[in-house]
Design a binder for this molecule. Sequence first.
Ligand code: GAR
Length: 221
Amino acid sequence: MAAHRLKVAILISGRGSNLQALIDQFGPAAASSPIEIVLVLSNRPEAFGLTRAGRAGIATKTVDHKAFPDRASFDAAMDREIRAAGAELVVLAGFLRLLTDGFIAGWHDRLVNIHPALLPAFKGLHTHARALEAGVRFHGCTVHFVRPEMDTGPIVAQAVVPVRPEDDENSLGLRVLAAEHRLFPLALRLIAEGKVTVEGERAIVRDAAFAGGILFNPLGA
Ligand code: GAR
């Protein structure tokens, strides 16, 4: 009998480059995958990510937030679609609407987000510009379970990139995005393989390799 594959719904709002990284690893063309992407759902009908999913042969739905009188009814409509698709885990891959506490509670420890900063630093928007403004020497991205307070929740995995003196928002953002494309599949694979549990408000990862050593930036003479 085939091993159980975790059924995942992916929520997007835009270009979907992270979605593409997940399709490349877990989509129908992947040789073997612990994940089945059962739905890609967008709140914006023109999101390019819908085209990416369609090309890969993955089911898509649009739930346009503009068609709903309030956030609760919009979230309820999304929730219905996600459950109808049989999803066991919901993945936010550049989904740029705030979710209601009710929706989040309905997917407790089964709702994952990627954020373009090393949480808990730089929650919210414009993370790359704010990292440059703060003068930090390292920046990066975080995959975490979602809690009602924005950009909080148990951290599954993080990737770090150096900030270089010549960086602008664009160059730093591209470096972080490249890290996101590697981190997100890695974190979802760990979850799908049952290696991640939430204890208190911390995520514990078993049977994974962890980085060692110290990173310096600048490197010194
Ligand atoms: C990604 O950088 C993701 O981390 C960010 O939106 C971008 C979506 O790009 N998400 C957030 O800022 C969530 N607060 P993509 O559509 O190409 O994956």
